[in-house]
Design a protein around this ligand. Structure first.
Ligand SMILES: Nc1ncnc2c1ncn2[C@@H]1O[C@H](COP(=O)(O)OP(=O)(O)OP(=O)(O)O)[C@@H](O)[C@H]1O
Ligand code: SF4
Ligand SMILES: [Mg+2]
Length: 339
């Protein structure tokens, strides 16, 4: 295994080790099983991309890891979230909040709703330093300007007193990145951070995030629909379906030869992988209702390769090579393109 492979496989010390995580929502239609035994690891300086159709559980998994799950109705029903050696699910609320404030940060799709509309961006950034690092107002403002400069906001010194709505979408997203970076986190979770932006701005914001992540050796979990972005910045991909990881692999291996029919469907539905800004097309049929996940392999009603066993026996996550795994009974045939 080369160094690159080892890094991709998440070998070495994990920053984050999510084990068999389960989340349910109580709804009027019954219990929605949104996350059903998700495991993944992120090493320092590594980027894990999480892909999957709408409703597959990408955001809920991230919210459970961050400790910001909408609860109730959501509830973590099992698993561990081991971050820097401690299971966050066992921490008291105040301890959890401290880890979240200082060590892990989240970037959302919509900066306008994530930022406070009635506070200037300088005040919001400065507040982080005042509250967490006990800085004076003046020093905190100075740090806010530095951070705004670092994320590429022109005329930061003049604009530090402006409000979020006075910035363009791309600039607001940069401000949210600055907020996330303020306390020097070790892990960033970015949930579709560029989806709301137009294509050229998307690329700039993503380049900035990737650059900062490398420079600061942070772990990054990047939730995205954009296969072009993933190929450029991720080390490893986890593909989710119906609240499970169905395939995980180093990024280039997954593109070259997927080991799960669902991944193959996602790749086949995008004609040009090097084309940025393209969203995934839905595969034939619909993802299942999470209150009634089909028995056997949850993908079987949509899978062109389904056999009898798929309708009855849930596939485990088979090891499909170094750093690779696939939850398909026929992963070998899929990998070798025989089926
Ligand atoms: N607040 C909530 N109340 C009830 N059910 C919820 C709630 N949030 C999420 N869910 C359930 O969890 C499922 C997974 O949602 P999640 O937001 O993780 O999907 P996603 O993969 O991030 O999709 P998208 O690509 O659309 O962002 C939803 O389909 C829904 O059934
Ligand atoms: S286990 Fe069967 S239904 Fe599921 S993905 Fe593999 S071939 Fe398709
Ligand atoms: Mg989501």
């Amino acid at each position: 295994m080369t160094n690159e492979d080892a890094r991709s496989a998440g070998a070495g010390t994990a920053l984050l080790d999510v084990r068999d995580l389960r989340v349910e929502f109580r709804t009027r239609d019954g219990v929605a099983k949104a996350v059903n035994g998700v495991s993944y690891r992120v090493a320092p300086g590594q980027t894990l991309a999480v892909l999957g159709e709408s409703g597959s559980g990408k955001s809920v998994t991230a919210q459970a890891v961050m400790g910001i799950l909408d609860s109730p109705p959501g509830r973590v029903t099992g698993g561990e979230v081991v971050f820097q050696g401690r299971d966050l699910l066992t921490l008291r609320k105040d301890e959890r909040r401290r880890v979240r404030g200082a060590k892990m940060a989240m970037i959302f799709q919509d900066a306008l709703s994530a930022l406070n509309p009635v506070l200037s961006v300088g005040a919001q950034l400065g507040e982080m330093f005042q509250v967490h690092e006990g800085m004076s107002r003046k020093d905190a403002r100075g740090r806010a300007v530095e951070l705004m400069e670092r994320v590429g906001i022109p005329a930061a010194r003049e604009r530090v007193g402006d409000y979020p709505h006075q910035f363009s979408g791309g600039m607001r997203q940069r401000i949210m990145i600055a907020m996330a970076l303020a306390l020097g986190p070790d892990l960033i979770i970015a949930d579709e951070p560029t989806t709301a932006l137009d294509v050229t701005v998307q690329a700039q914001v993503m380049d900035l995030l990737a650059e900062l992540q490398r420079e600061l050796t942070m772990g990054l979990i990047l939730i995205t629909h954009d296969l072009g972005v993933v190929a450029d910045v991720a080390d490893t991909i986890a593909v989710m379906y119906a609240g499970r990881i169905v395939e995980t692999a180093p990024v280039h291996q997954l593109y070259r030869a997927p080991a799960h029919p669902y991944t193959r469907g996602l790749l086949d539905s995008v004609p040009r992988l090097d084309q940025k800004g393209r969203r995934l097309y839905a595969i034939k049929g619909m993802p299942p209702s999470l209150t009634a996940i089909p028995p056997g392999c949850p993908f079987h009603p949509r899978c062109p390769l389904a056999q009898d066993i798929c309708r009855t026996d849930p596939p485990p996550l088979y090891e499909a090579g170094p750093g690779r795994a696939s939850a398909c009974h026929f992963w070998k045939e899929t990998l070798h393109g025989a089926r």
